[in-house]
Design a protein around this ligand. Structure first.
Ligand SMILES: [Zn+2]
Ligand SMILES: [Zn+2]
Length: 127
């Protein structure tokens, strides 16, 4: 039976039986034990990896970090609109956020969307 060896992803090693990220062996140790399932990985699995880690300390693959970047990009600022004096037809509050949108053709004017600053009620007015 062939021994199970860790999965290599970039410079990281993952336990072949439970998928847990394995830690790097300490100096003098010739095996690493998985903290989750006690799988024993020979330190020789790390030999070629250690070289890459040393020469490229910034070459750490991080799909997670890239994912987070994409999510931040999609976050829009000032989506609420401008705060104006407008009476809310629902609760009578005198401030609402307004956003003017050119939905129809230019000669027909535009539509202003209001959303109440107090109760979040939304309505629109055609110019
Ligand atoms: Zn394991
Ligand atoms: Zn309101």
């Amino acid at each position: 039976m062939a021994p199970l060896l860790a999965h290599k992803i970039g410079s990281l090693l993952f336990c072949p039986t439970c998928g847990t990220l394995l830690s790097v062996p300490q100096d003098g140790e010739d095996t690493v034990t998985c903290e989750q399932c006690a799988h024993v990985e020979p330190a020789s699995s790390y030999e070629d990896i250690e070289i890459t880690t040393r020469s490229h300390p910034e070459a750490f693959p991080s799909a997670l970090r890239q994912k987070r970047k994409t999510q931040t990009k999609q976050h829009k600022k000032g989506d609420q609109g401008t705060l104006v004096s407008e009476k809310c037809p629902s609760c009578g509050h005198l401030e609402a956020y307004s956003k003017e949108l050119q939905l129809r053709s230019a000669d027909e004017g535009s539509t202003i969307f209001y959303s109440c600053a107090s109760c979040k009620h939304g309505w629109r007015v055609n110019n």
